[in-house]
Design a protein around this ligand. Structure first.
Ligand code: TXA
Ligand code: MG
Length: 321
């Protein structure tokens, strides 16, 4: 399937705003990963997101707003949560907050929960679109459910190569951070990190008391319904904390921890920079997946800072169904 890829110029932005007004879903860049966006107030628009992704309807979507005032129109945001919004928005922090009743958010967006996940994205293309329309955008990552997230339009197209209709997308380059936003449940005391991401526990700690949700792996009722154990997965099996390459495997290295030169490998960051590794992670997994190898061996990644979010994604990518 050939998708419609547009440059990030004024005419494309206006065209995309028009498609959104007409209840279509389109692919837009954010600073984290590419998103599949649609009018959060329209159930017919939001239903298209679920259909394109083949996403289970119990898994709610993040609502993207242009600023914290727009967030307050749809949610009851506590003073502490508002301070976090002021500190980190626009940027890769999603706040789970109580939904205001009767504000028009499609029940498909929240999957029937009485909370809503909201974030204000920093990417200039996404911001420009939000400023051209007068409704918030529901936007999950632009990939088939359970498959790798995408940080370039090429990778979006790779994920959706077998879709039966063309998607319209704006090419905003590669996503700066490369990992999905940190999700913080602000309704608990202390607040709980539901998904590790580019904004780290340490950064949040400077503003408020926060703990980490460790129950998300096996708990039958998940706090973030999308945090199923198997997720972000390439079609090729992944082997973590590898120290060598088994014949037929391709490798994903980090720093000078390399897996040997008997097979094809990529290095997430030759200089051991975790932010560079996060930026490259999904793109390199797409590249390795295309090689249809026996497996992908992944070198150990340091478990601190954004390395915690990288290891979270890798653990889910490696999980068996
Ligand atoms: O960086 C991001 O957050 C990207 C870009 C496109 O903005 N979006 C993204 O969306 O990662 P998605 O749909 O792939 O992940 C959203 C996660 C899911 O795990 C979902 O269960 C959780 O957010 N979520 C949504 N609403 C929630 C709620 N009310 N309470 C708890 N978790 C919620
Ligand atoms: Mg996703």
């Amino acid at each position: 399937m050939h998708h419609h890829i547009l440059d990030a110029q004024f005419a494309s932005l206006a065209h995309c705003a028009d498609l959104l007004v007409k209840d279509n879903c389109i692919v837009l860049p954010t600073e984290t990963v590419y998103g599949l966006a649609a009018n959060a107030l329209s159930s017919s628009a939001v239903a298209k997101i679920y259909a394109v992704k083949n996403r289970p309807q119990f898994n709610p979507l993040i609502v993207h707003v242009k600023d914290s005032a727009a967030a307050q129109q749809i949610a009851l945001i506590s003073e502490d949560a508002l301070k976090l919004a002021e500190a980190f928005w626009p940027g890769p922090l999603t706040l789970v907050v109580p939904l205001k009743p009767h504000v028009g958010i499609s029940p498909l967006v929240t999957a029937g929960l009485d909370t809503v996940a909201i974030r204000c994205p920093a990417h200039p293309v996404f911001q420009a679109i939000l400023h051209q329309i007068n409704f918030p955008l529901a936007a999950p990552s632009a990939n088939p459910s359970q498959y790798l997230s995408a940080t370039s339009v090429d990778d979006v197209c790779h994920g959706f190569q077998h879709l039966d209709h063309a998607l319209t997308m704006i090419d905003g380059g590669t996503c700066a951070s490369g990992l999905e936003s940190t999700i913080l449940d602000t309704t608990t005391n202390p607040m709980t990190i539901l998904r590790a991401g580019p904004i780290t526990l340490q950064q949040l700690h400077q503003h408020t008391a926060v703990c980490v949700n460790h129950s998300d792996d096996q708990a039958p009722i998940l706090k973030a319904p999308g945090m199923m154990l198997r997720h972000y997965a390439p079609r090729t099996p992944i082997r973590l904390n590898a120290t060598n390459l088994i014949p037929g495997e391709v490798g994903l290295n980090f720093g000078d921890c390399t897996l040997g030169d008997q097979g094809f490998s990529l290095n997430l960051s030759v200089t051991s920079q975790l932010t560079e590794a996060a930026h490259n992670l999904f793109n390199f997994l797409h590249e390795l997946d295309k090689r249809q190898a026996v497996g992908i061996a992944v070198a150990p990644i340091p478990h601190h800072g954004i390395g915690i979010a990288i290891n979270d994604r890798l653990k889910r990518a490696a999980a068996q169904v």
